[in-house]
Every structure is written in structure tokens, then in C-alpha cells.
Design a protein around this ligand. Structure first.
Ligand SMILES: Cc1cc2nc3c(=O)[nH]c(=O)nc-3n(C[C@H](O)[C@H](O)[C@H](O)COP(=O)(O)O)c2cc1C
Length: 382
């Protein structure tokens, strides 16, 4: 019996399995509005058998976008196209989540696949190019030598209150769109992580200095989100469990932060890492799984593991051995949007390994495999 492919419940939400589509920016929106590309991109993971599908980092203010092409939730106009995606995913039996965030000093940066602002004037018009001043805990740029990263304005407490209010409003819109869960983005060197880490936070007020002070703003944002998010719906938080930088944020800090997040009602910590210039990591299969394990054991709450988890056997082992409760897939899901369906054919114990396919396709895929004696019909070689 596969644990990975068995249901799991958080508050009032039961996921049909423990495979989650990791949030991935697609840099394909204009004015923050989801379009047909986003629908098709996300819909295929619902068809592909994911237990939950998470929408990419979605900005709570226009200035909080990583790039001009990010999704947003700062306006009611953003709700209907997201609601359409949610409805479709629900029809496929997939839960839907949305990651809400603010990029802080990493906002207004280049579209990832471009790497820099190289849009021609014609392209700028077509893609809705925008560039704007950034904000952060302190006036320290993300990368002093890169023209795409500006020196941020150090936020005043009143401006921080406005950003918290924007998180609240975005959460309420996410609820109106029908999302089953929300994830607060507190990772990857974006605004909340900037407050947490001494690498970016050199404030000398109540929001800088000690660990307790650096956690104050992020915790207040997460608490404000939890307060307006329905109590029967789970709230996840993505963290960078370590900066990989001397003097930066550490796994021990993450365990303390996760404990405080749990106390204010976080249901799961999604454990990633890094996000600041100069972070050193050794990247390989499951390279962040140990972080999910440390946070899970240290703070005693559910975690999600992510990062080069690509095979069903590996994902199954992560859940079975208690390293994490959920497994998030990023690039492998882009490579194979049917990953969970294929996992079901590979992992033993499923009664009918074709049952989870959309009914429009499953019976003919089964036919094809039977004719070719493949997968579910492969001769037993033992
Ligand atoms: C194209 C792309 C966009 C991404 N955008 C986001 C994002 O919006 N929010 C986030 O927290 N992580 C983002 N990530 C990180 C992924 O969610 C994931 O943590 C990372 O890719 C490692 O998992 P993988 O090895 O399975 O791809 C992105 C990754 C990729 C490849």
C-alpha cells in the first residue's frame, strides 16, 4: 500500500494523495491577471492526478511582484480567472492552493528566462513591461552589482501595516476565488524572509536585531492571514530553512520560527532553502529533504519536502520514513504533468492502477498498455 498515494487531512481538507505541485512563477501575466496560459498550465496537473496544485507566487500589491509578469491578488479583477482554475481542479479531484507573497527588495526584477531587462520597445508594449522602485526592511540591495536590483526604500512601520493589510485583502480574495488552502511565501529572499534574515535586515527598531524582533513582522503577517482565512481551511508557510551564508538564517532559527508559526495556526511548513546572493548549497536528489525532517522533528508539525524529488520510490520513502508529510514537485512536474498517474502504475499496492486517470483517457491508456503488455500488464519477471 503506497502512503504517498493515500489521502491525508489538514483541518477540513482531505487531499486524495500527498503529491503537490510546487508553486512556480510562469512570468506570463499582464497586470497580475491569470489568462488562458495559466489555466492550461495548471489544469494539466489536475488531469495528471496531483493531490494538490499550487498557484505560483502571487503578489499582494503591484510593487510586491517579482517581475511585471507575475500574478497578483491586489484587485477584485484578479479573482474570476483564478476561480475558473479552482473550479476545474476541483472537478478533477485536486485541491487548489495559492501562494501569496511580496518580493520586497527582489521585486521589479527581470523575467527569469531573460535574466535581464532586454525587452525591445515593441516587446515592452506587448508584454506590459513595468519597472518600479522597491522596498525592504533596510536600504540594502539584493545584489549590489546587478542593475536589475535597486537599493530598496527601508519600510516605515506604517508602510509595513499597509503591506500586512494587503496580505489580508489578498487572502480574502483567495477565499472568494474558492482556494482550498493558502500558502504564505516566507522564503527565497523575498520580503518576509528579508525581515527574518540578518543578511537583509539591519534595522535597529522592534523589527530588527534579535531573532524575536526579526520574526515580529513575518509572524504578524501570517497571523493576520490566519485570522481572516476560514478556520476549516489549512494555511501553509514556505520558508527557506537556511540561507547557506555565514551569519545568515539557520535551521535552528527555522525550528524556532516554525514553532511560533504553529502557535498562530500554521498547518504545515513547506521547507525550501536559499534566496540570497552567496548562499552555498550542495544540490542533488532530495537535497532539501533533511531540512523538512529537522523542522518536522524540531517544531513537531507537518512539513512538505521539495527539491529534486523525481522518482516515485524516493517520494514514497520520504513520506514513509517520516521525513515529511507531503512532497512537492517542481521541474519534474513540468517534465511529466502525469507524474502521480505514472507513480500509481509504478508503486505497488494500487488496486486498479488506471483508476485515477481522467475517465476520458484512462480506459484507452489501459487498452494500449494491455496490447503492448506494458506497466500494469507487464509480465511478472520475478
Ligand atoms: C520556473 C520556476 C518557478 C518557480 N517559482 C516559484 C514560486 O513562485 N514560488 C516558490 O516558492 N518557489 C518557486 N520555485 C521553486 C519551486 O517551487 C521548487 O521549490 C524548486 O524548483 C525545487 O523543486 P524541483 O527540484 O522539484 O523543481 C520556482 C521554480 C521554478 C523551476
Amino acid at each position: 500500500m503506497s502512503i504517498l498515494l493515500s489521502p491525508v487531512t489538514f483541518r477540513g481538507l482531505t487531499l486524495k494523495n500527498r503529491v503537490v505541485l510546487s508553486p512556480m512563477c510562469q512570468y506570463s501575466a499582464k497586470g497580475g491577471v491569470a489568462n488562458d496560459y495559466h489555466f492550461a498550465h495548471l489544469a494539466r496537473f489536475g488531469l495528471g492526478g496531483f493531490g494538490a496544485v499550487m498557484v505560483e507566487a502571487t503578489a499582494v500589491t503591484p510593487e510586491g511582484r517579482i517581475s511585471y509578469a507575475d500574478l497578483g491578488l491586489w484587485s477584485d479583477d484578479h479573482v474570476p480567472p483564478l476561480a475558473r482554475i479552482v473550479r476545474f481542479l476541483r472537478d478533477q479531484g485536486a485541491a487548489s492552493g495559492i501562494q501569496i507573497g511580496h518580493a520586497g527588495r527582489k521585486a521589479s526584477s527581470a523575467v527569469w528566462w531573460r535574466g535581464r531587462f532586454d525587452e525591445t520597445e515593441e516587446e515592452k508594449r506587448l508584454v506590459g513591461f513595468e519597472d518600479w522602485p522597491t522596498v525592504g526592511p533596510s536600504a540594502i540591495p539584493h545584489a549590489p552589482d546587478a542593475s536589475e536590483y535597486k537599493v530598496p526604500h527601508a519600510l516605515t512601520v506604517l508602510e509595513m501595516d499597509d503591506i500586512r493589510a494587503a496580505f489580508v485583502a489578498a487572502t480574502q480574495r483567495a477565499e472568494r476565488a474558492g482556494f482550498d488552502f493558502v500558502e504564505v511565501h516566507s522564503a527565497h529572499g523575498y520580503l518576509l524572509h528579508q525581515f527574518l534574515s540578518p543578511v537583509a535586515n539591519q534595522r535597529d527598531d522592534a523589527f530588527g536585531g534579535s531573532l524575536e524582533n526579526r520574526m515580529r513582522f513575518p509572524l504578524s503577517v501570517v497571523k493576520a492571514v490566519r485570522d481572516v482565512w476560514p478556520s476549516e481551511k489549512p494555511m501553509f508557510v514556505r520558508i527557506s530553512a537556511q540561507d547557506g551564508i555565514e551569519g545568515g538564517w539557520t535551521v535552528d532559527d527555522s525550528i524556532i520560527y516554525a514553532g511560533a508559526l504553529k502557535d498562530i495556526g500554521a498547518d504545515l511548513i513547506d521547507c525550501s532553502s536559499g534566496g540570497f546572493e552567496g548562499g552555498i548549497f550542495s544540490v542533488g536528489p532530495g537535497y532539501q529533504v533533511a531540512l523538512a525532517r529537522s523542522v518536522r522533528d524540531g517544531a513537531r508539525l507537518p512539513t512538505m519536502a521539495v527539491g529534486l524529488i523525481t522518482t516515485p520510490d524516493h517520494a514514497e520513502a520520504i513520506v514513509r520514513e517520516g521525513d515529511a508529510d507531503l512532497v512537492a514537485l517542481g521541474r519534474i512536474a513540468l517534465d511529466d504533468p502525469n507524474w502521480p498517474l505514472h507513480a500509481r502504475l509504478q508503486l505497488s499496492g494500487a488496486e486498479d492502477p488506471y483508476a485515477e486517470w481522467p475517465r476520458q483517457a484512462g480506459f484507452v491508456v489501459r487498452q494500449k498498455d494491455r496490447a503492448l503488455r506494458l506497466r500494469g500488464f507487464a509480465p511478472d519477471l520475478s
